[in-house]
Design a protein. Structure first.
Length: 113
């Protein structure tokens, strides 16, 4: 009975730890997506600003060598987002499994009589 209870607790803790990791991966993916979008927007704004003369002064040559253009990658869906439904299901599945184990533990004890 104690072993089953301990097993149920460990399964629950493992599920919660896994759920936290998946949430962190999704959050990191969102930050990367936002950073990429901000970098693209900055590039576009810099390109637009470079087309203007400011205060009647012609654009001065830059001291730095210009960056070579990089081919843009097509946006793609992150695989981490596929875990969102699994997170919701994990809560339900882990709870149901823990209950079944607890009930089964009382019905079929592992202890020798």
């Amino acid at each position: 009975s104690k072993q089953i209870g301990s097993g149920v607790d460990l399964v629950g803790q493992t599920g919660k730890a896994l759920q936290r990791r998946v949430i962190q991966i999704v959050e990191i993916d969102e930050v990367v997506t936002q950073t990429t979008a901000a970098a693209q927007e900055t590039e576009e704004v810099a390109s637009l600003i470079a087309q203007f003369q400011i205060s009647g002064i012609a654009k001065q040559p830059s001291r730095q060598a210009p960056c070579k253009p990089v081919a843009r990658m097509a946006p793609m869906e992150s695989p981490a987002r596929a875990f969102r439904p699994a997170i919701a299901q994990l809560k339900t599945t882990a709870t149901v499994a823990a209950r079944k184990l607890a009930i089964a533990g009382h019905a079929h004890s592992w202890e020798e009589v």
